[in-house]
Write a protein that binds this ligand. Sequence first.
Ligand code: AHM
Ligand code: MG
Length: 333
Amino acid sequence: MNKLITIERHFVEEQKRHPQATGELTDLLYDVAFAAKLVRREVVRAGLADILGMTGTTNVQGEEVKKLDLFANERIINAIGQHGRFALMGSEENEGTIIPPKNETGRYVLLFDPLDGSSNIDVNVSVGTIFSIYRLTGDDPKKADINDCLQKGSRQVAAGYVIYGSSVMMVYTTGHGVHGFTYDPTIGEFLLSYENITTPARGKYYSINEGSTEQLNEPTIGFLDWLKKEDEATGRPYSTRYIGSLVADFHRNLLTGGVFIYPATKKHSEGKLRLMYEANPLAFICEQAGGRATNGSKRILDIEPADLHQRTPLYIGSREDVIVAEEFERGER
Ligand code: AHM
Ligand code: MG
């Protein structure tokens, strides 16, 4: 029989590999996994919202019931923030930084997107939570400020996502490979299901919102044409797969190989996705799995952030495919 490894045990085993580790990061990750369970509990009941009058109505206490993304946001802040392990937090749902309910001793910063792709909830399509952890730049948690949040992605100490899909999974990295855990609702635990995930060097899928073709720039159109051309050596044409839920599109491509593109367009010169909440954590995971993530010319993890909510074009996935996209961007193809 296979050995069952819970996510908690995996964190501890990982920690043992680093004798200098204090165990703090292990606790932080466990907090994130716990918060994910709370969000999952609500997401799986989302279809009952109208029947049970859970959203857009008033509950028995007379309070307005929150939309699921805002609910997830609050749950995560409270569940994770109550242990004092993070000095500061930032969420895609909050304009500025968030001071957690307790933060006196925290030496880390958490950035997260509580429920990405939330427009998909009403139609029962997968959504996700994305997170990213940085160490404070100084020693004093009381002096933590926005600059502790605005660090380059290459300074992340951990990142991951939870996908609420046909099953719920948490995938994370601390810079030593990428590991995936599937949630078993009967015992309330995330169990190791994918150890050391590696992504194929070349994919078979491409993912882009092609409905915006008229908005796309020449290099992107050139790349899309290339992906659709027949070529035995590279396995083209690739197939289109686009869910419109970043975590789900990324997760599929990570496992099967493929390239996800949310490029700059004529209307949105910086694309749509957020550097701090979406691109950086997924770029860290992608690179750890052997893939590549750029904005078309620069490595995502090397971008100096200036704003918590700044956007970036994103080319992420199988290494060889992202390299071709960059060649189109540089006008070399
Ligand atoms: P959100 O953070 O408001 O949910 O938006 C992000 C989502 C991603 O999950 C997805 O990749 C993208 O928006 C889809 O955008 P579009 O509908 O323009 O294709
Ligand atoms: Mg988002």
